[in-house]
Ligand binder design. Structure first.
Ligand code: AMP
Ligand code: ZN
Length: 461
């Protein structure tokens, strides 16, 4: 399985992490069903141009080089910094470590080889700024690309040298390289050089954004010289219109075989009804949430409350709800008797395990799986049996339930938590006088409450 990873010119936001988390749930679900999964994710550290915002990934500036210029750092440092930030958040969300996290800049050779193969087979042409894939030579392209619809109304800078607006760059020349190749600079001419550029049979340049995923996924999962069809390829829903059709076209044109069996596209996370994106100010990172005292795993919980094919509108109220539910779950478990390690045959609750399995295997129906979890928690089974099943579910859910008391709030004694819930209930009913009395009780027990918007923070005095 291959998942399209981040472009490392900025922090990944919680919308991006919805995609990675749901891909992680698929990896875990496959493993839960007994499959062994070889999982690859890429890091785009070169070649993703800003024109992609307006529907054309071949125009504009390289996002990483642009950021480097803006910050007075090297492009390599920018990529390194944000790759590290990404892997830290990745761990915080308890995402399954891929077999390899592969960087585009470490696989330039593979990408050049793939472009060469396409050239040999007659699928490419050159313009003054790069080598392009000729979509007219791959008639099936129209069947799976919805790019024409996407482009309608979008402000796309027309590249007059492209034979067809849907053609896309496989290799881009470093600025001016194409037209000035072999020519001496004129007097006073400054040739702007890129920081990241490589020699290629077509001159100095860098790979187009799409080619890395084809080259690396086939290198690691397709048996190098593409001999196998890859089982699963995942990414956010925006990739279904451009990036993935382009991957299919260039991979299948080169190999003559189906590229991927199953595509998984995760619907977007929105904020206030609008797309959450790196380029707009309306995005939050995992660290932003931590600064507000949320645990990253509460975000996991929040993701699971909506099916991955449906858009999810982020609000702090819903995240607060997810955090409270996760805390309640931990608290509940902390009261249960541990299943005895020494016991020969551990008993879970087969009935709920069956329902859980059906839910996850039904196109990753996580809202249903979470409902089954709570049914189990509230059931009359012995707590040791419930724990047994719950820890099994956690192989898919990834809440780290076996690790007790990780969140600050969960260290609050059960009695205090009950009072906090009682007070919340009273506040919901607008019985503020009674709510204040409960707050006073909580205070006597040594805890203070601070209301922030719709959420309450509990601290030991
Ligand atoms: P990028 O770093 O922009 O290349 O995006 C990385 C991944 O996140 C891609 O799979 C995108 O489709 C996905 N993505 C971007 N924005 C969102 C969002 N708001 N919600 C969910 N996934 C997203
Ligand atoms: Zn990709």
């Amino acid at each position: 399985m291959y998942t399209c990873g981040p472009t490392v010119y900025d922090f990944a936001h919680i919308g991006n992490f919805r995609t990675y988390t749901m891909a992680d749930v698929l990896v875990r679900t496959l493993a839960y069903n007994g499959f062994s999964v070889k999982y690859i994710m890429n890091i785009t550290d070169v070649g993703h141009l800003t024109g992609d915002n307006t529907g054309d990934a071949d125009t504009g500036e390289d996002r990483i080089e642009k950021k480097a210029k803006g910050e007075g750092k090297s492009a390599w440092d920018i990529a390194k910094f944000y790759t590290r930030a990404f892997t830290e958040d990745f761990k915080k969300l308890n995402l399954t470590a891929p077999y390899r996290l592969v960087k585009a800049t470490d696989h330039i050779e593979e990408q050049i080889a793939l472009v060469k193969k396409l050239e040999e087979k007659g699928f490419t042409y050159q313009t003054s700024d790069g080598v392009y894939f000729d979509t007219a030579k791959f008639p099936r392209y129209g069947a799976f690309s919805s790019l024409d619809q996407i482009k309608e109304g979008a402000r796309v800078a027309i590249n007059p040298e492209k034979r067809n607006p849907r053609d896309f760059a496989l290799w881009k020349f470093s600025p001016r390289q194409g037209s000035t190749l072999g020519k001496r600079p004129a007097k006073g001419e400054v040739r702007q050089r890129r920081q990241m550029e490589w020699e290629s049979p077509w001159g100095m340049g860098f790979p187009g954004w799409h080619i890395e995923c084809s080259a690396m996924s086939m290198a690691y999962l397709g048996g190098g010289e593409p001999s196998r069809t890859i089982d699963v390829h995942a990414g956010g829903s925006d990739l279904a219109a451009t990036h993935h059709p382009n991957e299919i076209a260039q991979s299948e044109a080169a190999s003559g075989r189906p590229f991927v069996k199953y595509w998984m596209h995760v619907a977007f996370m929105l904020i206030d009804g609008a797309r959450m994106s790196k380029s707009s100010a309306n995005n939050y990172t995992v660290s932003d949430l931590e600064r507000r005292d949320f645990s990253p795993l509460a975000l996991r919980y929040l993701y699971f409350q909506t099916h991955y094919r449906r858009e999810l509108n982020f609000t702090f109220a819903s995240l607060t709800g997810a955090q409270m539910a996760l805390n309640r779950l931990r608290e509940e478990i902390s009261q249960w008797s541990e299943p005895k390690i020494a016991r020969l045959r551990r008993q879970g609750c087969a009935e709920y395990e069956q329902k859980f399995l059906e839910a996850i295997n039904d196109d990753l129906n996580m809202p249903e799986a979470m409902a089954v979890l709570w049914e189990l928690v509230k059931s009359d089974y012995p707590t040791s049996a419930k724990a047994e099943s719950l820890f099994k579910f956690d192989e898919v859910l990834g809440f780290n339930l076996r690790v007790p008391q990780v969140s600050r709030v969960s260290r609050v004694p059960r009695g205090v938590m009950e009072l906090v819930r009682e007070r919340e209930e009273l506040r919901k009913q607008k019985r503020f006088h009674l709510a204040d009395q409960v707050r006073a009780k909580i205070s006597k027990l040594g805890y203070e409450l601070r209301d922030e918007g719709k959420r309450t923070i509990i601290r030991k005095k």
